[in-house]
Structures are given as structure tokens and as C-alpha cells.
Design a protein around this ligand. Structure first.
Ligand code: HEM
Length: 388
């Protein structure tokens, strides 16, 4: 998409696409402005003129979450779990996360010198971590994968719109069923996990959360952090493998250098390329009038390549500084899971670097993800030399 972004940033930085009935915003400053102004640019899709009420039971649960609520309700919802995702709360769990990554890699890395980074590490690692934090069995992770994949999938040409909608609805009902059982269980047997935190907020005096909101939050936390972090880790290995041969050696054992390189991956190959907003009033940007009720896509992936903000924006520079990318968004809805995603990337990648060297991509062309706003690959086969 990057060539297209570059052209649009110059020729039509704010433009209306009649086919999608959507405004697109491509420049860094404009993207930030949209994400900064909750009053004018709402996250609530229900405010769009062409919003269609979801039908079946279980559908639209995700609409009742912080991701799609404006302040002040947003802040109340986020407040329920905010503490859990702070770096200092996660720090205690780092050794355990490291064990999880280590187990996965012990199975994957061997004398045959090949692995699939997605299947062997980038997918199972984040899903196992979030399953443990939520308090659901990691053994259900195949089911989680199907759910997450389906939710972010774009309708494809080989399937009718109705069949696609049915499949989406089916998944939502399965998820609702699954988490309702978990919620019931934690009411009786609270534990040290996120579902218990959510249940406590739901059932406490005054009820900070409705039943639907509690359910929506479980689903959001399961879904939001999986495909995104999978693609961060896989995109990182891809960037490192394409860079100078000695980058792996520079990053190995140097957490600061690795942390900085991960930030550059978030900028250069942002797992989340776009976020959606709705104008709540008429507003002018670059001479164009966006009307109340119009939908707007803020292209994070384009903002992150804007030459006005980043020197040599199309170059991958692992030690780039400053690096004010918007890969985790910006403002009120800045990614709740950013500290967790950064920690997972650091732990997963450093464990990988400890075990392998001379990493090469084994297959090209790569198969891009099936989602329209997620940037990454379906699989990433690599060859390497095992370190001993
Ligand atoms: C919000 C990206 C990992 C949970 C966001 C937003 C972005 C983003 C761009 C802003 C949405 C908006 O402005 O509308 C990413 C990326 C990740 C990642 C690139 C990994 C590399 C995670 C993880 C979790 C998570 C691990 C949790 C387990 C959330 C939640 C929100 C959010 C709950 C909504 C926050 C709010 O509305 O206040 N994420 N995310 N994310 N993310 Fe992430």
C-alpha cells in the first residue's frame, strides 16, 4: 500500500471516495488531528449516517466496548482494566512470559534449520499470553484463532455477502456463549485474572459494567491483542531478515537496541494500518468539507511514512530517534495493550535471537494477511543456522 499512500499524501491528502462512501486522511499531522479530537471525530460507528444496526443476538457486542465509545463512558470502561496493562503490573510476569516463548521455541528450532515464524512463535505466543491473563485455557487457542481471524477478515469475492454475514454472526454467538460461561464461573470462584476483574466491576455495587459490556470487554481483549501482536513479531523478523546481515548480532543480548528496533517495525510495517472515525459536525480539512455523519479513515500506515515527520521515511532504521510513530494510535484510544505488545515482542524476539543466526526468508512472494486494515503475512517460513 505504501506507494499508494505516498501518491495520496501529495495529490489528495484528504479525499472523499464515493465508492466506499468514506473520507481518507493520509498525512501525519492530519491523522493526529483526527485522533486527537474526540468531540469532532467520534469512534462510535453508530453516529455514521449509513450505520446499519447489527441484527442477531451476540452481534454488536464489540460496539459496547471502550474501542467504540467516546468519553466520558470510554474512560469508565477503560478504567476497569487500565491498571492491569501498566508496564509495572506486567513486569512481574515477564519471567513467566519468557518461559512460554522459550517452550515454543524449544519445539520449533532445531537442526533442520527451518521454521515458520508465524505458526511457531508469532501466533501461539500472544494468544497464550492473553489467554493466561484473561484466565481461559490456552488449550482453546485454536478456537480463538478462528474467532479472531474471522472477525478481522474482509468479505472475499468467493463468498456471498449473506454467507459472510452469517459466518460473522455465528462466531459472535460462539464467543458470547463461551465467555458467558466463564463469567458465571468467576462469579462463584474469583481468581487472579482479568475475567475476575471484569466480573467484579460488573457485579459490584452500582454496577460499573452491564452484562453486555462485561462480555464485550472479554471479547475485545481476546481479539485486539492477537493478530496485531502476531503481525508485529512476524513483521519484525521480516524487517530484520531484510536488513544488514549483522543486525541480528547487534540486537542479540541488547534489549535497548531491540526495543528501539521494535518501535521502528511499528512505524515501518505497522500491524494496524487504519482506524475509523465519524464526523459529529461539519469540519474543514485541507479545503475539503467533511460533513456530520461522514465516515473517515485515518491511515496510520501512511502517517508513519510521511516525509514531513520522518527523515528517510521509506527506510527501515532500527535505531531511529526520535520515532513518534502512530502505530498504536494516538490520544484517548491509544492502544491499551501497547505495554503488553512491546513486552511480548521484546521477549519473543530476544528468545528467538538467542537460538538462531543467519536468518533468511525461505519463500517469496509472501502471502499478505486476509484483513484490509491489518498489515502482515499469513506465514513466514525462514531458514537459519542454529546457535549452540
Ligand atoms: C487500541 C494497535 C496490541 C488492546 C488500539 C489502537 C491501535 C492499536 C492503533 C487505536 C484504536 C483507535 O484509535 O481507534 C495495536 C497494535 C498492537 C496492539 C499495533 C500490537 C502490536 C494490543 C494488545 C491488546 C490491545 C496486546 C490487549 C490485550 C487494545 C484495546 C484498545 C486498543 C483494548 C482500545 C483502547 C481504547 O479504546 O481506549 N490498538 N494494538 N492491543 N488496543 Fe491495541
Amino acid at each position: 500500500p505504501f506507494d499508494w499512500y505516498a501518491r495520496m499524501r501529495e495529490a489528495a491528502p484528504v479525499r472523499y471516495d464515493p465508492e466506499r462512501r468514506t473520507w481518507d486522511v493520509f498525512r501525519y499531522d492530519d491523522v493526529k488531528r483526527v485522533l486527537d479530537d474526540d468531540d469532532v471525530f467520534s469512534v462510535d460507528p453508530q453516529k455514521a449516517d449509513d450505520f446499519v444496526e447489527p441484527e442477531g443476538p451476540g452481534e454488536g457486542l464489540i460496539l459496547d466496548t471502550m474501542l467504540f465509545e467516546d468519553p466520558p463512558r470510554h474512560d469508565e470502561l477503560r478504567g476497569v482494566v487500565d491498571e492491569w496493562f501498566q508496564p509495572r503490573s506486567l513486569a512481574d510476569r515477564e519471567p513467566h512470559f519468557r518461559e512460554l516463548a522459550s517452550e515454543l521455541l524449544d519445539d520449533a528450532v532445531g537442526a533442520d534449520g527451518q521454521m515458520d515464524v508465524v505458526e511457531d512463535l508469532a501466533y501461539p505466543f500472544p494468544v497464550t499470553v492473553i489467554a493466561e491473563l484473561l484466565g481461559v485455557p490456552a488449550s482453546d487457542r485454536d478456537r480463538f484463532k478462528t474467532w479472531s481471524d474471522t472477525l478481522v477478515e474482509a468479505a472475499s469475492d468467493d463468498e456471498s455477502a449473506d454467507a459472510f454475514a452469517d459466518r460473522q454472526q455465528q462466531i459472535q454467538m460462539e464467543m458470547a456463549q463461551y465467555f458467558l460461561e466463564m463469567i458465571e464461573d468467576r462469579r462463584e470462584n474469583p481468581r487472579d485474572d482479568l475475567i475476575s476483574v471484569i466480573v467484579t466491576a460488573e457485579s459490584s455495587e452500582g454496577g460499573r459494567l452491564s452484562r453486555e459490556e462485561a462480555l464485550g470487554m472479554c471479547i475485545l481483549l481476546l481479539v485486539a491483542g492477537n493478530i496485531t501482536t502476531t503481525n508485529l513479531i512476524a513483521n519484525a523478523v521480516r524487517c530484520f531478515a531484510e536488513a544488514d546481515a549483522d543486525l541480528f548480532d547487534q540486537l542479540r543480548g541488547d534489549d535497548r537496541a531491540l526495543t528501539s528496533a521494535v518501535e521502528e517495525v511499528l512505524r515501518y510495517r505497522s500491524p494496524v494500518q487504519a482506524m475509523s472515525r465519524v464526523a459529529t459536525e461539519d469540519v474543514t480539512m485541507r479545503g475539503e468539507t467533511i460533513e456530520a455523519g461522514d465516515r473517515i479513515i485515518a491511515w496510520l500506515g501512511s502517517a508513519n511514512r510521511d516525509e514531513r515527520q520522518f527523515e528517510a521515511a521509506d527506510a527501515f532504521q532500527p535505531d531511529r530517534s526520535p520515532n513518534q510513530h502512530v502505530g498504536f494510535g494516538h490520544g484517548t484510544h491509544y492502544c491499551l495493550g501497547a505495554p503488553l505488545a512491546r513486552l511480548e515482542a521484546k521477549v519473543g524476539l530476544s528468545e528467538l535471537l538467542d537460538r538462531v543466526e543467519n536468518v533468511r526468508l525461505a519463500e517469496e512472494p509472501l502471502q499478505p494477511t486476509r484483513s484490509s486494515f491489518i498489515y502482515g503475512v499469513e506465514s513466514l517460513p525462514v531458514r537459519y543456522d542454529e546457535r549452540r
